[in-house]
Every structure is written in structure tokens, then in C-alpha cells.
Design a protein around this ligand. Sequence first.
Ligand code: FSX
Ligand code: SF4
Ligand code: F3S
Length: 362
Amino acid sequence: MGDSIWQSMQQKGYSRREFMQLCSAAAAAAGLSKSAVGQVASAFEKKAKPPVVWLHYQECTGCSESFIRASHPVVADALLDVISLNYSETLMAPSGFQAEKSLSDTIANNKGKYILVVEGAVPTKDGGVYCMVAGKSALQSLKTVAKDAAAIIAWGSCASFGGVQAAKPNPTEAVAISKIVDKPVINVPGCPPIADVMMSVVTHILVLGQLPALDSQGRPKEFYGRRVHDTCYRRPNYDAGLFVESFDDENARKGYCLYKLGCRGPVTYNACSVTRWNEGTSNPIQSGHPCIGCSEDGFWDNEPFYQHLASFPGFGIESTADTLGTAVGVATVAGVAAHAVLTTIRKRSVIAEVHAEDHKES
Ligand code: FSX
Ligand code: SF4
Ligand code: F3S
């Protein structure tokens, strides 16, 4: 049994106050109420650092880049310390045989206890030869490491759904890791996923010792339960029929809705509108670019980008926004009004839902 999380933090020079800050952030990230902080602290005083194996397959390493930029100062620093990152091709100091030994030792000494996180898709064509690490194919190593893992997390759209490598014509026959392993996989899609969402998922497992509630695509419901469009700050403009017509036009400067530039927010499930990126600073839409649906299965093939959706499942948008795209006049104004009423009702129920959940947490 290794050092507890608290012991390990003490050795690194963290104060009790910082430890309590971590416990409080961990409780919040795991969706627990403030009254549970004491329980989290007592668990972290006893709980050993969970070993983590972090594998890289076909990807761009943007997921790692995102993860190390999580915004909560204590969680970001301490979490990387409180987990025992036994193997990570990008973040570990050892290389070559030493690194391989670390991987095999972790598996042998922590059967059923380590967390496996995977970045990237797995090529299956020609026996998996298109992604080899230390003489083993991704296909082989994933099966070996997944076998005794306590939890498996797929970081990013590549590991969750295949990502860019699986885009047509998918020359290496790349697949999501859930297609290879026969255990539940927590999919945390996004290209890359949001750092604070990644932190929350790890923290949830750490605190509660169980997987978060997942939707039918294996995504944590807490972060992927709503469309980007549902909480987008440009939504009032959408509801009012105020659209950007082309990049950098007057309407773009006014911050109007990006639907006509091909925004996929109405069909994309992610937390970008709420959690945002870079310490909650912004998201693609806030920087003036339409959402390209980077957290959805097969989004690279969802072209043409920058062309508005012909329709999307929901509430009467089909005729309204499309009509707006091609015509002006009385009929359009009537359409906007009808649509605005519908969407306002829907929006109110979403806002009520958000409030209810916020209330539950506080
Ligand atoms: Fe994929 Fe991760 Fe896109 Fe990159 O490594 S989800 S290509 S941003 O970052 O796997
Ligand atoms: Fe926001 Fe895009 Fe929806 Fe417009 S279409 S409100 S920019 S998510
Ligand atoms: Fe991706 Fe759309 Fe968010 S492109 S980062 S899901 S706004």
C-alpha cells in the first residue's frame, strides 16, 4: 500500500488548507454537496494514490495538452501529484526499457486497481501495424492493459469515436477503443476535450470509486447532457433571428448567432457554453467561430463545414432558420415570431433545469 493522498501532498509541501481546498474542489467535481467535504478529506487521508497508465495511439496529443491546462489551481497541481502517473509516453521521465518496465510492473502489482486512460484511436488494418509502441501494436497493448484496469477513460474524440484517423476513407481502419475492449469505457469526447471536464471525470472516480453516470454513447451525462446551443450566450440572437451572414461582417461584430456560418451547436453535446476553455475565458463560438461539433461521433465527415444545417431534430427550427437563410419579408417575420415563442418556452425549461441542478449542488 503506497502513501495516502494526504501523506503524498504533505511530502510535496502542500498545506492542510490546500489539502482541504482540493477536497472541496474534488467534492464539487464529483457532484457532491458541500457537507460531503469532510468525508472526502477522511477518504483522501487513507486512500492510496491510484496508479494511472496513460496510453497514446493515433492522435495529436492535444488531449494531454488540454489536461495539463485545467484551470482550478489546486486541482490542476495537486491532482497530477495525487495520482501516480506510472506510465505516460509524453509526461514521464523514463524512456525505453525503463518505461516498459514501469508499465508491466504497474499492471502486475495493481491488478484491478489502476486507471487506464487512452488518447487516440486504434488502427485495426493489417493486424494493427500502423501504430506500434515498443514493438507492440496499439491493438495488442490496449487489450493487455485494459484487461486488469479498474476504470478505462477514452480521452478525446479519437479514442471515443475514432476521430480524424477514422474519417473517410479511414485508411488504417481506425476504431474507438470501446470497439476493442469488452468493458465499459468512459468516453470524454471533444477534439480536444475540455480540461476541467477531464479533471472532473478523474476526480469523480477518485472520490467516489465508481464511474460517473453515462449516456448511451458512454459520455458522462453531467457534461454531455445538453447541446452547446441550449446554453449558448448567442442564443437570444438566434431566437430573435439575428444572424451573422459572413465572417467579419457587421453582424459578426455585433455578436449575432453563427448558425448561418454552419454552427453545429444545435446538434452537438458538450459543455463548452457552460464550462468554457482556458480558465473559463472563452469557447470557439465566443471567439467568433461556429462550433464544428468536435465532440460528436464522426464529426470530420459531417461536411461541408461552414454551411448551415438543413435541419436538426428539435423544435420547429427547420422551416424558420432556413427560411431566414434565403428570404426576407412578411412570411419570414411570421416564422421568426413563431419560432421565438417556441424556443423561449424551451429555453425557460432549460434554465429552470439548470437552476434546479445548481440548487441541488449547493
Ligand atoms: Fe484526437 Fe487527442 Fe483531437 Fe488531438 O490527443 S481528440 S486529434 S485535438 O488531441 O486525440
Ligand atoms: Fe450559439 Fe451556434 Fe446556437 Fe447560434 S446556432 S445560438 S452560435 S450554438
Ligand atoms: Fe468543439 Fe463545438 Fe465546443 S467545436 S470545442 S464542441 S463549441
